[in-house]
Ligand binder design. Sequence first.
Ligand SMILES: Cc1cc2nc3c(=O)[nH]c(=O)nc-3n(C[C@H](O)[C@H](O)[C@H](O)COP(=O)(O)OP(=O)(O)OC[C@H]3O[C@@H](n4cnc5c(N)ncnc54)[C@H](O)[C@@H]3O)c2cc1C
Length: 121
Amino acid sequence: MGERIVVLGAGFGGLELCTTLSETLGEDAHVTLIDKSDAFVFGFSKLDIMFRGAAPDSLRMYYRDLAKPGVRVLRETVTAIDPEARTVVTDAAMHEADVLVIALGADYDMGSTPGLAEAGN
Ligand SMILES: Cc1cc2nc3c(=O)[nH]c(=O)nc-3n(C[C@H](O)[C@H](O)[C@H](O)COP(=O)(O)OP(=O)(O)OC[C@H]3O[C@@H](n4cnc5c(N)ncnc54)[C@H](O)[C@@H]3O)c2cc1C
């Protein structure tokens, strides 16, 4: 069995990496991709909701339809990461990896920009 690769986050970074791994290694990839959501939404497509009246659900690309050979997708929320031991705890399980990729994106730090929460867009 090859190395166990665990990728946290199925956004642009995680999805692109998993696609590359799948295309390179195929069924030998042994990749587990974990995301709290069941679907990817391209941020820019939110303009379709605002200006073209698209239904939000119509913009959801479900991970089950994006699955690639060698990549297992799990819908779980990551609650703790030990980067040295390469273990991850989620709301559903504990995962051990030989290679651990953290691609969980970023959130705004609202507190660091006074007024952003009240007047930001
Ligand atoms: C409205 C909008 C429009 C944009 N338009 C463009 C554009 O036109 N062109 C462009 O180049 N960039 C655009 N960007 C920026 C682009 O979306 C980001 O640069 C990119 O998404 C970052 O990729 P990432 O993989 O690092 O993180 P993300 O794509 O944010 O992915 C992080 C993933 O981690 C998951 N996650 C987070 N926390 C947890 C957890 N605890 N447990 C499990 N899963 C978790 C999230 O569900 C998400 O799927 C836009 C961003 C926004 C908000």
